[in-house]
Design a protein around this ligand. Structure first.
Ligand code: SF4
Length: 601
């Protein structure tokens, strides 16, 4: 069997880019290749299938990372000719993924399993669209049962049956790190707001809360589904990652909610301390309701530097409606303790939720401003509340006639609100969103410097007063490159003597070394550039080019796997980089095993 495990395409018609996280939500941005997440559940599925079906061909392809369009995906899959396709989709990514799945069914009779938020909410429509199986909720073992040929009527977690029993997350192997590399999601502007080079690790799964807007809370899982993995297993996974990626600086526990049961977080922190892994830097999504002073002190000792807390609203009526009660005094006290301990807080706030009013959201804006001006939260997210189909919020919106559109791709939280209330119109909601962004920005204690992502990137910091001189020197060096590369290299060396933190002279030195056939020297320069250009803007400016040039050096040296890796990273950063795309498509056929000859009976 040829089994392809697929993350949806990353680039949609109209030059829109998606950032999927199916158990929470998917964002979509116009004309800007956004950061993306490691597709953790598909990644677990991929290694599970490799374990359960060792004689079959299983491959995970992340079309979001590669910024594939649906057409790119079809071109890729035309070479694989899969027997099975497994997609994880949500409201935003369903339509484009369906287009790909239908093309494969028509051409190769591929059987298709659709998993994720969308089939959990609307399994009937997935089947009506001609797909073979629709999974409900967590899907890893349901897919194994399907591939083992069990009758779908007997498989729980597969339509027409309902949820499967909550799975034992310790029974899963470590997630995929070969078909896709976990470190890649932290490079190249990967997680835009992580401070260090952090690899996503999932220590828990699920959430015991039922916030009405949340896919995890009201669609994807049944109640009482929060689980924490064995601390020893998580530590072993972190140690494997450290061995494989010496450049790793920490982990991001990008879960629904990392801290729920006190005994779990305390024993995990103890395991990090006992194993000496508290020298890494950790951040986590968490619920402030479940955190106390003792937990804060313990996580600090274990290496945590940041918590991402869902504050959402401070208005009592809105909080009651969405199912999220926040005691302002308690939260304030907690944030003061975090500040005293040096733990940064990233707060998430929400506008236009069910039950919200202009006055209620105004209260939340004022409260958030207060926290920012007291330096109790250092970064934040202003979200437009979205009634994702299947959620309680969506049901309320349908019943009350609040939905302003039924276009599924608009339910992305980035292109505007999709609801309008009798006492709070779409326009007023968007006004509140802008007000929140503006007033939060103005409330900052000090001008936020561009985040220097990773310890390596700190080397690239530039003092403001040096900028005019640097601009002049770099302009002269670049102007000289075409007609006099050697002269440009001399200028680059001189610039680096004064400003060793600059990336552009290293880039020029790399290009000159290529012209002179000094491939090892060129490699060193370009590797330095991409490893330090992890700040988002630097990554876009220098990282993509450095990867392309490293890819070409690898081709010269006949290191085709490594070359492919660099072309992929270049395409991720610069989706229209035609040379990298050309090289990628030339190398791909070598990575696909030839089909076995048909057996003649
Ligand atoms: S706390 Fe609420 S928003 Fe966060 S994961 Fe749980 S249900 Fe979702």
């Amino acid at each position: 069997m040829k089994i392809l495990v697929c993350q949806p395409p990353g680039r949609f018609p109209g030059d829109r880019y998606v950032c999927p996280f199916p158990s929470r939500w998917t964002s979509m941005f116009q004309g800007y290749p956004v950061f993306i997440y490691y597709p953790y559940e598909l990644a677990y599925l991929s290694t599970l299938l490799k374990r359960e079906f060792p004689d079959d061909y299983v491959k995970l392809i992340d079309g979001t990372y590669l910024r594939f369009t649906a057409e790119d995906y079809i071109q890729y899959l035309d070479q694989e000719k899969p027997d099975w396709l497994i997609f994880e989709v949500d409201t935003v990514t369903y339509k484009e993924s369906l287009r790909i799945a239908k093309a494969m069914k028509a051409k190769y009779g591929t059987r298709v399993i659709i998993t994720g938020q969308y089939p959990t909410a609307f399994p009937e429509s997935v089947i009506a669209d001609g797909m073979d199986y629709a999974c409900i909720g967590e899907f890893e073992y349901a897919v194994v049962d399907i591939l083992n040929g069990l009758d779908p009527k007997t498989i729980s977690g597969v339509y027409p049956n309902s949820y499967r029993k909550v799975l034992d997350i310790d029974s899963l192997p470590d997630p995929e790190d070969e078909d896709i590399r976990r470190i890649d999601y932290s490079y190249c502007g990967g997680h835009r707001w992580t401070k260090y080079r952090e690899i996503e690790v999932h220590a828990s799964r699920g959430c015991p809360y039922t916030c009405d807007f949340c896919v995890a809370g009201t669609v994807y899982y049944e109640k009482e589904n929060w689980r924490f993995r064995s601390p020893q297993r998580i530590v072993a996974e972190i140690e494997n990652l450290r061995r494989k990626y010496p450049e790793m600086e920490g982990c991001w526990f990008n879960e629904e909610t990392h801290i729920i049961r006190k005994k779990d977080i305390m024993s995990f922190c103890q395991a990090l301390i006992d194993s000496g892994n508290n020298d890494l830097r950790y951040e986590a999504m968490a619920n402030h309701q479940r955190i106390d002073e003792e937990i804060l002190e313990m996580i600090k000792k274990a290496g945590y530097y940041k918590l991402r807390l869902g504050i959402e609203t401070i208005d009592e009526a809105t909080g009651k409606s969405i199912g999220r009660k926040t005691k302002a005094d308690r939260l304030h006290e907690l944030l003061r303790s975090a500040k005293r301990l040096g733990i940064e807080i990233y707060g998430t706030f929400m506008i236009g939720a069910s039950g919200s009013t202009p006055e209620g959201d105004r209260k939340t804006i004022d409260y958030g401003k207060k926290l920012i001006s007291e330096d109790l939260i250092s970064s934040w997210q202003c979200s437009i509340s979205v009634p994702h189909p299947g959620t309680t919020f969506h049901k309320k919106a349908q019943e009350n006639g609040w939905l302003a559109t039924n276009d599924l791709e608009s339910f992305n939280g980035s292109s505007g609100t999709v609801v309008s209330y009798p006492n709070y119109s779409s326009e007023q909601i968007m006004d509140s969103v802008q007000l929140m962004s503006r007033e939060f920005r103005d409330a900052r204690v000090q001008e936020t410097v561009r985040p220097k992502r990773s310890l390596a990137a700190e080397k690239t910091a530039i003092l403001k007063q040096d900028k005019p001189e640097i601009d002049k020197l770099v302009k002269s060096m670049n102007a000289r490159f075409e007609s006099d590369p050697k002269g440009a290299a001399e200028e680059a060396e001189m610039i680096l003597e004064k400003f060793p933190q600059l990336l552009s002279p290293r880039y020029v030195l790399g290009k000159v070394a290529v012209l002179e056939g000094q491939l090892q020297q060129a490699r060193e320069q370009f590797e330095y550039v991409y490893k330090t250009a992890v700040d988002y803007d630097d990554a876009l400016m220098f990282g993509a080019g450095a990867h392309y040039r490293l890819g070409m050096i690898c081709i010269e040296e006949d290191k085709r796997d490594e070359a492919l890796q660099h072309f992929k990273m270049c395409m991720h950063l610069s989706p229209d980089h035609q040379e990298a795309r050309k090289q990628y498509w030339q190398l791909i056929p070598d990575t696909i095993p030839e089909a076995e000859p048909a057996v003649v009976s």
